[in-house]
Design a protein around this ligand. Structure first.
Ligand code: GLV
Ligand code: MN
Ligand code: MN
Length: 412
């Protein structure tokens, strides 16, 4: 069996998908359920149909493109990722796993493989938290780690309910039906860019993920008192942004002093109200992201955040309310699938490194219902979530080839 990745097709499809964007190139912005996202989905589904795959979509818009195996009732071997992109992103995050997965399937078809287990490409809905504040919405619902009831309470940044948004996008089934039955997957393997610089630094072709870090995110609302930037004396102020600044620096300090490189904390959102240069900030909304491979360390930083909110509130006479959006557990990849990936690398003479994923991925949630593994492709300078994100066609091709070999072994 000689598996050949059609690298020109794969790379030209990555370029073509990047054109579905609400940002000027090379930046990509593709927020879930916008018309741009829906057009991009339609384009990917058409490519899947061209490959003879059978498409199914669930009530949250997770898309399943199945290559039916000779035993259609046997558990499915899954692969895939996401195509939504945060504002001002690059073209590879998620997309490499979706189009690389599709190319792997086409390569197996071209090699005359007849899998016993069906192989299914998944395009997960809203891996990015941009619109609903919580990442991996589709995979959380598939795994049941987010209940349909809890999902229905979510609103987007404009306050529109998730039910209204998804129905308008054409997904009108019941969210209760999204969760997959246990035993649905035999295995799930996600191809993704590394989003770090380790593979490049170590000059390895590919990374085999052994562990995925645990993310937590919170929204912190600070309410002080607004007023005239000239008229209100400094001693009389209750400036919400100055309170926020203390909180931001305290979170940074807590992560830096954890003693482990795996502890990371970011305040990526700071909305200031009313947002006028000559008006004292009355309200601030912070978006906080804290992660670690170790749950105790991660939770320690969360406790610091709690303590600092109390202290700053008392000191500055502002009200502070923090809302936990998610606090997930880390997961281990399945050693047997990691070994299969390693064998595929060795077969083709590709070097590899065992790595930890510090980014989260849909695989983190699918691991609740299936054995999972992830394969990382190097990305230049480790850049990701920015327009100059780049993975070379050669590296992407190696990733797709190892994925194809692995899917073939798992589905045999
Ligand atoms: C996913 O995009 C993440 O933030 O890790
Ligand atoms: Mn991302
Ligand atoms: Mn991603």
């Amino acid at each position: 069996m000689k598996i050949a990745i059609h690298h020109e097709r794969l790379n030209s499809e990555i370029e073509a998908l990047a054109a579905f964007s609400d940002a000027d190139p090379p930046a990509v912005t593709r927020v879930v359920f916008t018309s741009t996202d829906l057009r991009a989905r339609a384009w990917v589904k058409a490519r899947c149909e061209d490959a003879g795959l059978t498409i199914r979509q669930d009530a949250i818009g997770n898309t399943f493109a199945r290559w039916v195996g000779s035993n259609p009732t046997a558990p499915v071997v899954g692969t895939g990722s996401h195509i939504d992109a945060i504002p001002n992103a690059g073209k590879y995050d998620g997309v490499t796993g979706v189009l690389g997965g599709l190319e792997a399937i086409r390569a197996l078809q071209g090699a005359g493989v007849h899998p016993r287990h069906s192989i299914e490409l998944l395009i997960f809905t809203s891996e990015e938290p941009t619109r609903f504040g919580i990442g991996c919405l589709g995979s959380r619902l598939l795994a049941g780690t987010l209940s349909a009831g809890a999902a229905k309470k979510l609103t987007d940044n404009d306050g529109t309910s998730i039910d209204e948004v998804r129905r308008k996008a054409g997904f009108s089934g019941e969210l209760e039906q999204v969760m997959l039955p246990s035993g649905y997957f035999k295995a799930f393997v996600e191809l993704h860019i590394e989003q770090g610089a380790l593979l490049e630094r170590e000059q390895k072709h590919l990374g085999l993920v052994e562990r995925i870090a645990a993310p937590a995110s919170l929204r912190v609302l600070i309410e002080g008192a607004g007023g005239h930037a000239g008229g209100v004396l400094m001693s009389d102020r209750r400036d919400a942004l100055c309170a926020a600044a203390e909180i931001v620096l305290a979170i940074e300090h807590a992560a830096r002093s954890s003693g482990a490189v795996d502890t990371v904390a970011t305040v990526g959102i700071c909305d200031v109200f009313p947002g006028a240069v000559n008006s004292i900030p009355a309200k601030v909304r912070l978006g906080v992201d804290i992660r670690d491979t170790d749950l105790l360390r991660r939770d320690r930083v969360m406790r610091v955040l709690d303590e600092v909110c109390h202290a700053v509130s008392a000191k500055r006479q502002v009200s502070i309310h923090s809302e936990l959006l998610n606090a997930d557990a880390p997961t281990d990849c399945a050693p047997a699938i990691v070994a299969t990936l390693a064998q595929a690398c060795e077969k083709h003479g590709f070097t590899f490194l065992p790595v930890t994923s510090r980014a989260y991925h849909d695989s983190l949630f699918i691991s609740q219902i299936a054995p999972v593994a992830m394969l990382f492709i190097p990305c230049r300078n480790g850049y990701s979530h920015r327009p100059d994100e780049y993975a070379s066609p050669e590296d992407i091709t190696r990733g797709a080839l190892v994925l194809a070999e692995t899917l073939a072994t798992l589905a045999a």
